[in-house]
Design a binder for this molecule. Sequence first.
Ligand code: DTR
Ligand code: CA
Ligand code: ZN
Ligand code: ZN
Length: 340
Amino acid sequence: MPTHPTRSASPLPRTSWLRRAATATVAAGALAGLIAASPATTASATPAAAHTTASSPSAFAAPDIPVANVKAHLNQLQSIASRNGGNRAHGRPGYRASIDYIKAKLDAAGYTTTVQQFTASGATGYNLIADWPGGDPQNVVMAGAHLDSVSAGAGINDNGSGSAAILESALAVSREGLKPTQHLRFAWWGAEELGILGSRHYVNSLPSTERSKIDAYLNFDMVGSPNPGYFVYDDDRRLEAVFKEWFAAKGVATEIETEGDGRSDHASFQRVGIPVGGLFTGAGRVKTAAQAQKWGGTAGQAFDRCYHRSCDTTANINDTALDRNSDVIAHAIWTLSTSR
Ligand code: DTR
Ligand code: CA
Ligand code: ZN
Ligand code: ZN
Protein backbone atom coordinates (compact mmCIF):
# COMPACT_ATOMS: atom_id res chain seq x y z
CA MET A 1 0.00 0.00 0.00
CA PRO A 2 1.70 3.32 -1.03
CA THR A 3 2.81 5.36 1.94
CA HIS A 4 0.54 8.27 2.49
CA PRO A 5 1.88 11.55 3.85
CA THR A 6 0.87 11.78 7.48
CA ARG A 7 -1.97 14.23 7.84
CA SER A 8 -2.81 16.43 10.74
CA ALA A 9 -5.28 15.05 13.24
CA SER A 10 -7.91 17.46 12.08
CA PRO A 11 -8.76 18.34 8.50
CA LEU A 12 -6.24 20.46 6.73
CA PRO A 13 -7.00 24.20 6.83
CA ARG A 14 -9.13 25.82 4.17
CA THR A 15 -6.07 26.71 2.14
CA SER A 16 -5.51 23.09 1.40
CA TRP A 17 -4.83 23.91 -2.23
CA LEU A 18 -1.18 23.24 -1.42
CA ARG A 19 -2.12 19.71 -0.43
CA ARG A 20 -3.33 19.11 -3.89
CA ALA A 21 -0.89 21.08 -5.98
CA ALA A 22 0.41 17.88 -7.44
CA THR A 23 -2.92 16.17 -7.51
CA ALA A 24 -3.81 14.71 -10.84
CA THR A 25 -7.33 15.69 -11.71
CA VAL A 26 -9.37 12.56 -11.36
CA ALA A 27 -13.12 12.63 -11.52
CA ALA A 28 -14.38 12.02 -7.99
CA GLY A 29 -16.46 9.06 -9.05
CA ALA A 30 -13.71 7.31 -11.07
CA LEU A 31 -12.02 5.27 -8.37
CA ALA A 32 -9.09 3.00 -9.19
CA GLY A 33 -9.68 -0.66 -8.55
CA LEU A 34 -13.41 -0.44 -9.13
CA ILE A 35 -14.74 -3.38 -11.07
CA ALA A 36 -18.24 -3.48 -12.43
CA ALA A 37 -19.92 -6.49 -10.87
CA SER A 38 -22.50 -6.54 -13.61
CA PRO A 39 -23.20 -4.59 -16.81
CA ALA A 40 -25.81 -2.60 -14.94
CA THR A 41 -23.42 -1.91 -12.09
CA THR A 42 -22.59 1.70 -12.73
CA ALA A 43 -25.56 3.91 -13.25
CA SER A 44 -26.10 7.59 -12.99
CA ALA A 45 -28.85 10.03 -13.60
CA THR A 46 -28.96 13.76 -13.62
CA PRO A 47 -30.43 14.78 -10.29
CA ALA A 48 -33.52 16.91 -10.28
CA ALA A 49 -32.83 20.60 -10.69
CA ALA A 50 -31.45 21.46 -7.33
CA HIS A 51 -33.12 24.27 -5.47
CA THR A 52 -30.97 24.21 -2.36
CA THR A 53 -27.50 25.65 -2.65
CA ALA A 54 -24.75 26.00 -0.14
CA SER A 55 -25.28 29.72 -0.13
CA SER A 56 -28.92 29.49 0.85
CA PRO A 57 -29.67 29.34 4.58
CA SER A 58 -31.66 26.16 4.19
CA ALA A 59 -28.55 24.34 3.04
CA PHE A 60 -27.29 24.46 6.61
CA ALA A 61 -30.47 23.11 8.13
CA ALA A 62 -30.80 19.41 7.53
CA PRO A 63 -34.37 18.11 7.28
CA ASP A 64 -35.83 15.85 9.92
CA ILE A 65 -35.28 12.23 8.90
CA PRO A 66 -38.55 10.26 9.30
CA VAL A 67 -37.64 7.29 11.48
CA ALA A 68 -40.50 5.40 9.81
CA ASN A 69 -38.52 5.57 6.56
CA VAL A 70 -35.42 4.22 8.28
CA LYS A 71 -37.44 1.38 9.82
CA ALA A 72 -38.94 0.57 6.43
CA HIS A 73 -35.40 -0.08 5.16
CA LEU A 74 -34.78 -2.29 8.20
CA ASN A 75 -37.95 -4.23 7.41
CA GLN A 76 -36.62 -4.80 3.90
CA LEU A 77 -33.26 -6.00 5.22
CA GLN A 78 -35.09 -8.31 7.63
CA SER A 79 -37.13 -9.74 4.76
CA ILE A 80 -33.98 -10.22 2.71
CA ALA A 81 -32.39 -12.19 5.54
CA SER A 82 -35.54 -14.26 6.05
CA ARG A 83 -35.58 -15.15 2.33
CA ASN A 84 -31.88 -16.03 2.30
CA GLY A 85 -31.10 -18.47 5.06
CA GLY A 86 -31.62 -16.04 7.93
CA ASN A 87 -28.60 -13.81 7.43
CA ARG A 88 -26.92 -11.14 5.28
CA ALA A 89 -23.36 -12.31 5.83
CA HIS A 90 -20.36 -11.91 3.52
CA GLY A 91 -20.37 -14.47 0.73
CA ARG A 92 -24.04 -15.36 1.27
CA PRO A 93 -26.95 -14.47 -1.04
CA GLY A 94 -28.50 -12.25 1.63
CA TYR A 95 -25.57 -9.87 1.46
CA ARG A 96 -25.72 -9.41 -2.31
CA ALA A 97 -29.48 -8.93 -2.07
CA SER A 98 -28.87 -6.21 0.54
CA ILE A 99 -26.47 -4.44 -1.83
CA ASP A 100 -28.99 -4.66 -4.66
CA TYR A 101 -31.76 -3.19 -2.48
CA ILE A 102 -29.73 -0.15 -1.45
CA LYS A 103 -28.25 0.36 -4.93
CA ALA A 104 -31.70 0.42 -6.52
CA LYS A 105 -32.87 3.13 -4.10
CA LEU A 106 -29.80 5.26 -4.81
CA ASP A 107 -29.91 4.83 -8.59
CA ALA A 108 -33.53 5.97 -8.56
CA ALA A 109 -32.55 9.00 -6.48
CA GLY A 110 -29.92 10.23 -8.95
CA TYR A 111 -26.72 8.91 -7.39
CA THR A 112 -23.76 7.61 -9.39
CA THR A 113 -23.32 4.15 -7.91
CA THR A 114 -20.44 1.71 -8.25
CA VAL A 115 -20.16 -1.80 -6.87
CA GLN A 116 -16.58 -2.65 -5.97
CA GLN A 117 -15.73 -6.35 -5.86
CA PHE A 118 -13.10 -7.98 -3.67
CA THR A 119 -12.30 -11.47 -2.43
CA ALA A 120 -12.26 -12.41 1.24
CA SER A 121 -12.16 -15.87 2.79
CA GLY A 122 -12.55 -17.39 -0.66
CA ALA A 123 -15.81 -15.58 -1.39
CA THR A 124 -16.64 -12.52 -3.47
CA GLY A 125 -17.39 -9.42 -1.43
CA TYR A 126 -18.95 -6.16 -2.50
CA ASN A 127 -18.67 -2.52 -1.46
CA LEU A 128 -21.32 -0.09 -2.72
CA ILE A 129 -20.07 3.46 -3.36
CA ALA A 130 -22.57 6.21 -4.12
CA ASP A 131 -21.50 9.68 -5.28
CA TRP A 132 -23.91 12.61 -5.22
CA PRO A 133 -23.17 14.50 -8.47
CA GLY A 134 -21.61 17.92 -7.92
CA GLY A 135 -19.58 19.56 -5.21
CA ASP A 136 -15.86 20.14 -5.25
CA PRO A 137 -14.19 16.84 -6.17
CA GLN A 138 -11.08 18.04 -4.39
CA ASN A 139 -12.98 18.11 -1.10
CA VAL A 140 -14.90 14.92 -0.35
CA VAL A 141 -17.07 14.24 2.68
CA MET A 142 -17.81 10.52 3.18
CA ALA A 143 -20.34 8.67 5.30
CA GLY A 144 -20.21 4.89 5.58
CA ALA A 145 -21.64 1.84 7.29
CA HIS A 146 -20.99 -1.85 6.98
CA LEU A 147 -23.88 -3.72 5.41
CA ASP A 148 -22.86 -7.27 6.23
CA SER A 149 -24.22 -9.22 9.19
CA VAL A 150 -22.71 -12.09 11.08
CA SER A 151 -23.85 -15.50 9.86
CA ALA A 152 -25.85 -16.03 13.07
CA GLY A 153 -28.63 -13.64 12.12
CA ALA A 154 -30.15 -10.76 10.18
CA GLY A 155 -27.86 -8.09 11.71
CA ILE A 156 -30.58 -5.45 12.01
CA ASN A 157 -28.87 -3.34 14.66
CA ASP A 158 -25.42 -4.53 13.63
CA ASN A 159 -25.40 -3.02 11.15
CA GLY A 160 -28.68 -2.59 9.37
CA SER A 161 -29.21 0.43 11.61
CA GLY A 162 -26.18 2.35 10.35
CA SER A 163 -26.80 1.25 6.76
CA ALA A 164 -30.45 2.34 6.82
CA ALA A 165 -29.70 5.62 8.58
CA ILE A 166 -27.16 6.78 6.01
CA LEU A 167 -29.36 5.51 3.16
CA GLU A 168 -32.22 7.71 4.37
CA SER A 169 -29.87 10.67 4.69
CA ALA A 170 -28.67 10.08 1.13
CA LEU A 171 -32.28 9.96 -0.06
CA ALA A 172 -33.02 13.18 1.85
CA VAL A 173 -30.11 14.87 0.03
CA SER A 174 -31.83 13.93 -3.22
CA ARG A 175 -35.33 14.93 -2.05
CA GLU A 176 -34.01 18.32 -0.94
CA GLY A 177 -31.94 18.78 -4.09
CA LEU A 178 -28.95 19.67 -1.92
CA LYS A 179 -26.08 21.31 -3.79
CA PRO A 180 -23.20 20.99 -1.33
CA THR A 181 -19.93 22.84 -1.75
CA GLN A 182 -18.01 19.67 -0.97
CA HIS A 183 -18.50 16.44 -2.89
CA LEU A 184 -20.67 13.93 -0.99
CA ARG A 185 -19.92 10.22 -1.11
CA PHE A 186 -21.69 7.38 0.74
CA ALA A 187 -20.44 3.83 1.18
CA TRP A 188 -21.80 0.50 2.32
CA TRP A 189 -19.03 -1.93 3.23
CA GLY A 190 -18.72 -5.69 2.88
CA ALA A 191 -16.94 -8.16 5.15
CA GLU A 192 -16.59 -5.85 8.14
CA GLU A 193 -17.41 -8.76 10.40
CA LEU A 194 -14.49 -10.73 8.95
CA GLY A 195 -12.07 -8.00 9.98
CA ILE A 196 -13.01 -4.69 8.37
CA LEU A 197 -11.98 -6.14 5.02
CA GLY A 198 -14.24 -4.28 2.59
CA SER A 199 -13.34 -0.77 3.69
CA ARG A 200 -9.70 -1.83 3.93
CA HIS A 201 -9.87 -2.94 0.28
CA TYR A 202 -11.48 0.35 -0.73
CA VAL A 203 -8.81 2.49 0.95
CA ASN A 204 -5.97 0.29 -0.28
CA SER A 205 -7.34 0.63 -3.81
CA LEU A 206 -7.43 4.42 -3.64
CA PRO A 207 -4.39 6.22 -5.04
CA SER A 208 -2.92 8.54 -2.44
CA THR A 209 -4.06 11.48 -4.59
CA GLU A 210 -7.67 10.32 -4.11
CA ARG A 211 -7.21 9.68 -0.40
CA SER A 212 -5.92 13.20 0.11
CA LYS A 213 -9.21 14.59 -1.22
CA ILE A 214 -11.23 12.96 1.57
CA ASP A 215 -11.63 15.62 4.25
CA ALA A 216 -13.70 13.46 6.59
CA TYR A 217 -15.01 9.91 6.91
CA LEU A 218 -18.02 9.39 9.19
CA ASN A 219 -18.73 5.85 10.40
CA PHE A 220 -22.05 4.52 11.69
CA ASP A 221 -21.93 1.00 13.09
CA MET A 222 -24.78 0.15 15.51
CA VAL A 223 -26.90 3.28 16.00
CA GLY A 224 -30.16 1.74 17.24
CA SER A 225 -29.21 -0.51 20.15
CA PRO A 226 -32.22 -1.63 22.24
CA ASN A 227 -30.73 -0.43 25.55
CA PRO A 228 -28.95 2.52 24.00
CA GLY A 229 -26.09 4.74 24.98
CA TYR A 230 -25.12 7.81 22.99
CA PHE A 231 -21.42 7.49 22.19
CA VAL A 232 -19.51 9.88 19.94
CA TYR A 233 -16.16 9.02 18.36
CA ASP A 234 -13.44 11.30 19.72
CA ASP A 235 -10.81 10.74 17.04
CA ASP A 236 -11.15 14.22 15.51
CA ARG A 237 -12.20 17.24 17.56
CA ARG A 238 -13.96 19.08 14.73
CA LEU A 239 -16.05 16.06 13.75
CA GLU A 240 -16.75 15.13 17.37
CA ALA A 241 -18.07 18.65 18.02
CA VAL A 242 -20.57 18.48 15.15
CA PHE A 243 -22.30 15.53 16.84
CA LYS A 244 -21.88 16.61 20.46
CA GLU A 245 -23.25 20.11 19.89
CA TRP A 246 -26.36 18.75 18.17
CA PHE A 247 -27.05 16.32 21.01
CA ALA A 248 -26.40 19.02 23.62
CA ALA A 249 -28.89 21.31 21.91
CA LYS A 250 -31.44 18.48 22.19
CA GLY A 251 -30.63 17.92 25.86
CA VAL A 252 -29.16 14.47 25.24
CA ALA A 253 -26.01 13.59 27.16
CA THR A 254 -23.21 11.89 25.24
CA GLU A 255 -20.07 9.97 26.12
CA ILE A 256 -16.87 9.42 24.24
CA GLU A 257 -16.82 6.12 22.37
CA THR A 258 -14.15 3.93 23.99
CA GLU A 259 -15.19 0.39 23.11
CA GLY A 260 -14.40 0.54 19.47
CA ASP A 261 -11.01 2.03 18.68
CA GLY A 262 -10.04 0.16 15.56
CA ARG A 263 -13.11 -2.06 15.73
CA SER A 264 -15.01 -0.75 12.74
CA ASP A 265 -14.57 0.69 9.26
CA HIS A 266 -13.36 4.09 10.39
CA ALA A 267 -10.07 2.34 11.24
CA SER A 268 -9.38 1.79 7.52
CA PHE A 269 -9.46 5.56 6.96
CA GLN A 270 -7.80 6.60 10.19
CA ARG A 271 -4.76 4.42 9.47
CA VAL A 272 -4.00 6.51 6.34
CA GLY A 273 -4.48 9.81 8.14
CA ILE A 274 -8.04 10.70 7.10
CA PRO A 275 -10.01 12.46 9.87
CA VAL A 276 -12.77 10.21 11.20
CA GLY A 277 -15.88 10.59 13.33
CA GLY A 278 -19.00 8.66 14.06
CA LEU A 279 -21.64 7.39 16.45
CA PHE A 280 -22.31 4.20 18.40
CA THR A 281 -25.14 3.09 20.70
CA GLY A 282 -23.35 0.15 22.32
CA ALA A 283 -22.86 -3.60 21.91
CA GLY A 284 -22.03 -6.23 24.48
CA ARG A 285 -20.87 -3.98 27.31
CA VAL A 286 -23.27 -3.49 30.24
CA LYS A 287 -25.01 -0.17 30.92
CA THR A 288 -24.05 1.24 34.32
CA ALA A 289 -26.46 2.70 36.85
CA ALA A 290 -25.08 6.18 36.13
CA GLN A 291 -25.64 5.69 32.41
CA ALA A 292 -29.18 4.45 33.00
CA GLN A 293 -29.78 7.54 35.12
CA LYS A 294 -28.96 9.87 32.21
CA TRP A 295 -30.12 7.79 29.26
CA GLY A 296 -32.90 5.64 30.66
CA GLY A 297 -32.97 1.98 29.86
CA THR A 298 -31.79 -0.87 32.06
CA ALA A 299 -28.71 -0.78 34.24
CA GLY A 300 -26.82 -4.02 34.51
CA GLN A 301 -27.97 -5.10 31.02
CA ALA A 302 -25.95 -5.00 27.81
CA PHE A 303 -26.56 -2.09 25.44
CA ASP A 304 -27.40 -4.76 22.86
CA ARG A 305 -27.87 -8.23 24.33
CA CYS A 306 -28.54 -9.60 20.84
CA TYR A 307 -25.14 -8.45 19.56
CA HIS A 308 -23.97 -11.03 17.00
CA ARG A 309 -26.92 -13.29 17.84
CA SER A 310 -29.93 -14.53 15.92
CA CYS A 311 -32.20 -12.22 17.94
CA ASP A 312 -30.68 -9.16 16.23
CA THR A 313 -33.94 -8.63 14.31
CA THR A 314 -36.24 -5.66 13.73
CA ALA A 315 -37.43 -6.24 17.31
CA ASN A 316 -33.91 -5.39 18.48
CA ILE A 317 -34.09 -1.67 17.80
CA ASN A 318 -34.78 1.33 20.05
CA ASP A 319 -36.77 3.73 17.89
CA THR A 320 -35.77 6.84 19.83
CA ALA A 321 -32.07 6.09 19.45
CA LEU A 322 -32.51 5.27 15.76
CA ASP A 323 -34.47 8.48 15.21
CA ARG A 324 -32.05 10.72 17.08
CA ASN A 325 -29.01 9.22 15.36
CA SER A 326 -30.63 9.39 11.92
CA ASP A 327 -31.33 13.08 12.48
CA VAL A 328 -27.84 13.94 13.74
CA ILE A 329 -26.30 12.00 10.85
CA ALA A 330 -28.24 14.21 8.44
CA HIS A 331 -27.17 17.26 10.42
CA ALA A 332 -23.50 16.25 10.17
CA ILE A 333 -23.75 15.56 6.45
CA TRP A 334 -25.43 18.91 5.78
CA THR A 335 -23.04 20.80 8.03
CA LEU A 336 -19.80 19.25 6.81
CA SER A 337 -20.67 19.33 3.11
CA THR A 338 -21.67 22.99 3.05
CA SER A 339 -18.95 24.36 5.28
CA ARG A 340 -16.67 26.06 2.76
N1 DTR B 1 -17.11 -3.82 15.35
C1 DTR B 1 -18.53 -3.75 15.39
C2 DTR B 1 -19.11 -3.62 16.76
C3 DTR B 1 -18.42 -2.67 17.64
C4 DTR B 1 -17.96 -2.98 18.85
N2 DTR B 1 -17.45 -1.86 19.42
C5 DTR B 1 -17.60 -0.82 18.58
C6 DTR B 1 -17.28 0.52 18.71
C7 DTR B 1 -17.52 1.36 17.62
C8 DTR B 1 -18.08 0.86 16.46
C9 DTR B 1 -18.43 -0.50 16.35
C10 DTR B 1 -18.18 -1.31 17.43
C11 DTR B 1 -19.14 -4.97 14.78
O1 DTR B 1 -19.17 -6.03 15.43
O2 DTR B 1 -19.60 -4.85 13.66
CA1 CA C 1 -36.30 12.20 12.84
ZN1 ZN D 1 -20.68 -7.03 14.36
ZN1 ZN E 1 -20.96 -3.65 13.18
